[in-house]
Design a protein around this ligand. Structure first.
Ligand code: KG4
Ligand code: ZN
Length: 345
């Protein structure tokens, strides 16, 4: 008998529902993006996000069932992002999932958003442990060591801005529309690395990151040039900024992968779509014959519900079940999530 998991994701600005089979096969994957509604504000406006989720969630859920040609009776469990994220946005998904699960007496599973980003990769390839995940998104920059399914140990994280956040802020200074990451990525490939922006290596043994100094350096460089009436090529600024981000992400990930002697290195989150990062990582790991480098397909890098269902499938098999008082948990930590108890423990 096959196992079907319904996933629901509403932590930020995408309303998403997906059904996956046996933990690894996507049957349907529906994402309604709100980007256009937030663009004129230059970033995600929480109130608008919540309202859109309320409008979209039922339609998105229905479409996920229609596309899969399945009904709720075929579903074994419902997995939903419980955190981290915007509280009003999370609440819409949590309550929709809870209502559906309660009405049809299906098991309910709370999923950590970052666990979802990591498990997006399992929709492509089975995991091999120990595994190192570089999670780079709009809200997160973390190096996570996994010694088994559902085990997450943060070995490094950003001390200030997330990588995607730095991309979005630099893009805003360059007057590019939100989200700026993909646009900077495109510009970077048309320019040259003419400006030597700083790289925050931090202490020798640290796997932590810092991007706020780089962000300020880019903004200062642009302001100074403007004051002196010098014109800087947008493409060169983008190329120089991207080179700094990619350098630090690649070097730190490589060092951690060697230190923990991992079998797989996976890159996850919105910034995993970055062409410069993909290329640099591929070059760096090319000679590592015992380490496999994985990137999710572009459609699974940014927020979606297939990744939530994939993480939910493992949690389901490990016996995790949420109770009917499951709530949105905007500050949920990955390590606390990993240590949550199962009915057997
Ligand atoms: O994972 P995601 O959809 O949302 C969060 O959980 O944060 O990631 C969105 C982030 C945004 O900051 C966006 O600018 C960035 O990922 N991003 C990129 C690229 N595509 C998306 N950053 C750099 N290069 C890209 N190609
Ligand atoms: Zn995300």
């Amino acid at each position: 008998m096959s196992e079907y998991i319904l996933g629901v994701e509403t932590s930020c600005d995408e309303t998403a529902a997906a059904i996956i089979k046996d933990g690894t096969e996507i049957v349907s994957n529906v994402v309604a993006s709100q980007i256009e509604s937030h663009q004129r504000f230059g970033g995600v406006v929480p109130e608008i996000a919540s309202r859109h989720h309320v409008e979209q969630i039922t339609l998105v859920l229905e479409e996920a069932f229609v596309k899969a040609d399945l009904t709720i009776d075929d579903i074994d469990a419902i997995a939903v992002t419980e955190g981290p994220g915007l509280v009003g946005a999370l609440l819409v998904g949590v309550n929709a999932a809870k209502g559906l699960a309660y009405a049809h007496q299906k098991p309910l599973i709370g999923v950590h958003h970052i666990a979802g980003h990591i498990y997006a990769n399992r929709l492509e390839k089975e995991f091999a442990f120990p595994l190192l995940a570089l999670v780079v998104s709009g809200g997160h920059t973390e190096l996570i060591l996994m010694r088994g399914h559902g085990e997450f140990e943060i070995i490094g994280e950003t001390r200030d801005d997330a990588a995607g956040e730095a991309y979005d802020k630099v893009a805003r200074t360059l007057e590019l529309p939100y989200p700026g990451g993909p646009k900077i990525d495109t510009l970077a490939h048309q320019g040259e690395e003419t400006i030597d922006f700083p790289r925050a290596w931090l202490e020798d043994d640290s796997f932590d990151f810092s991007f706020s100094g780089l962000k300020s350096a880019v903004i200062n460089t642009l302001h100074n040039a403007k004051q002196k009436d010098l014109s800087l090529k947008q493409e060169d600024v983008a190329a120089s900024f991207q080179a700094s981000v990619v350098d630090v992400l690649t070097e730190k990930t490589y060092k951690a992968a060697k230190q923990f002697d991992v079998k797989q290195v996976i890159v996850a989150g919105g910034v995993a779509a970055n062409k410069g990062l993909r290329y640099a990582m591929e070059q760096k790991f090319q000679t590592e014959k015992t380490m496999e480098l994985l990137f999710p397909p572009l459609s699974l890098c940014t927020d979606n519900a297939a990744m939530i269902a994939a993480a939910g499938s493992i949690a389901y098999q490990q016996g995790h079940r949420a109770t009917w008082d499951l709530n949105a948990n905007p500050g949920l930590s990955l390590e606390r999530y990993a240590k949550r108890s199962t009915p057997e423990s």
